[in-house]
Design a protein around this ligand. Structure first.
Ligand code: EPU
Length: 428
């Protein structure tokens, strides 16, 4: 196991290149199972979640080659319909194999991914989607067994759940519907850029999808899909995390390879808090100058284009050092506040109650040993540690390696005093 050792108090300066999106890559990699032809996917971040997905594809019988961000996958005939629990439990996003396996093989066995630290993570909407297309679903011994002996048939499905639309649920339905008979209409579809990227990828393979990025997606089923070459969109959450780092302790930080359009809600909030953001004309480079007198802010997380739940922990770290009272209301995963207890150990003043965190800015945080609990919580701890006085050790680094490519090296390049070290901590 590894930990991060961070010496707080340095200013960040220089430029950093943002990688391809983890959350777009995962369903796109899974979608490679939809064709026996070769697919080439570029800009896939080298993080443990994409590596797990490639291992699962490999164990299902696909041949996988990876070379500096470009992945080549061949899923010729003989693909297996069953994934093992050992592989699936490592990554909740493995649920997005459901759609491609059902489309290609009309049956699959997938261990239920279970909950995680950010909440319950049900899959009822994924199941509802497959049933709507004609699959019979059985849940037994921790596995989901799905079968559609006569193939999948298009229909209209409303994917809205209690907490709004589902991203991977929309992805699964889209991937199942591309090879179904007839037309599928997804109502209350997720509008996230990652859903649009998947639709673009599928259309390059020969699918007929319209409306991705709106609340209604229409898919006309086709008989087969072919190989293609696709470049994944930039990771808006990695970009947002570095924007917050730059607002907290930057001294002229520039991010390259971003997509301005995908960052609007995060940019608007940082601007409201007084930080200065300057995008280039193409919208793929931004320079952030921190506010002289930063202002507190209010976030209510919401599905895209609202404020992303995946950015609220990092903003909480910024608010912890911003004068005044800030509020973070989490509507998507109401229990996603594990980072707050660790930030409090560093001296933050945060009260969590009823799905909201109320943060009263303090003048300084102090370094402390802290524990990463999930991917974005760990990012928040890294930001707090960089701004704190003294040394912070962040244990359970594997959480951050799930979704941030070489975060320690990228921060070192900006001047941060941060390094990886072996950790003797037992892990419980
Ligand atoms: N939900 C249900 N039933 C379902 C599925 C979801 O009730 O069958 C609920 C969830 O409990 C939640 C809401 O619907 O309250 C939205 O969850 P969603 O299904 O959209 O989440 P997801 O697709 O499993 C993706 C990202 C998450 C991100 C969420 C929300 C990937 C691989 N994961 O998860 O990313 O937080 O959308 O935007 O794309 C992360 O990167 O750190 C991360 C957790």
């Amino acid at each position: 196991m590894e930990k991060l050792i961070v010496h707080g108090g340095c200013r960040l300066r220089g430029s950093v290149k943002i990688g391809g999106s983890k959350n777009a890559s995962l369903p796109i990699l899974a979608a490679s199972l939809l064709t026996p032809d070769t697919v080439k996917i570029r800009h896939v971040p080298d993080v443990s979640d994409t590596n797990y997905m490639l291992q699962i594809l490999n164990s299902l019988g696909a041949s996988v080659e990876r070379s500096s961000g470009t992945v080549r996958i061949d899923s010729m005939d003989g693909i297996s319909a069953s994934a093992s629990y050992d592989q699936v439990r490592k990554m909740r996003a493995s649920i997005c194999l459901l759609g491609p396996l059902m489309a290609r093989l009309h049956r699959c066995t997938l261990p239920l991914p279970g909950g995680c630290v950010i909440g319950d993570r049900p899959v009822d909407l994924h199941i509802r989607a497959m049933q709507a297309l004609g699959a019979q679903v059985r849940n037994s011994g921790g596995n989901l067994y799905l079968e559609a002996p006569n193939g999948l048939v298009g229909t209209t499905v409303d994917m809205r759940g209690e907490n709004g639309p589902t991203v991977l649920g929309t992805d699964n339905l889209m991937m199942a519907a591309v090879l179904a008979k007839g037309v599928t209409v997804i109502e209350s579809a997720a509008r996230e850029p990652e859903v649009v990227d998947l639709a673009n990828f599928l259309n390059k393979m020969g699918a007929k999808i319209e409306g991705a990025g709106t609340r209604r997606i229409t898919i006309i089923g086709v008989d087969q899909l072919t190989g293609c070459d696709h470049t994944v969109i930039p990771d808006r959450i990695e970009a947002g995390t570095f924007m917050v780092a730059a607002a907290m302790m930057g001294d002229g930080v520039t991010l390259r390879c971003i997509c301005q359009e995908h960052l609007e809600s995060v940019s608007a909030l940082l601007t409201e808090c007084g930080h200065h953001l300057e995008f280039n004309n193409r919208g793929d480079v931004v320079t952030i100058t921190p506010a002289h007198s930063p202002r507190s802010g209010k976030i209510v997380t919401a599905p895209y284009p609202g404020f992303p739940t995946d950015m609220q922990a990092q903003m909480t770290a910024l608010f912890a050092l911003t004068p005044g009272i800030s509020v973070v209301k989490e509507t998507i995963f109401p229990q996603r506040f594990m980072h707050c207890s660790e930030l409090k150990r560093m001296g933050a003043n945060i009260k969590v109650d009823n799905g909201a965190a109320v943060i009263t800015g303090v003048e300084r945080l102090s370094g402390a040993p802290v524990m990463a609990s999930d991917l974005r919580a760990s990012a928040a701890l890294v930001l707090a540690a960089l701004a704190a006085e003294g040394v912070t050790e962040i244990h359970r680094l594997y959480h951050i390696d799930r979704g941030y490519e070489r975060i320690d090296e990228k921060l070192q390049d900006l001047g941060a005093a941060i390094k990886r070290a072996a950790d003797s901590e037992s892990g419980d």
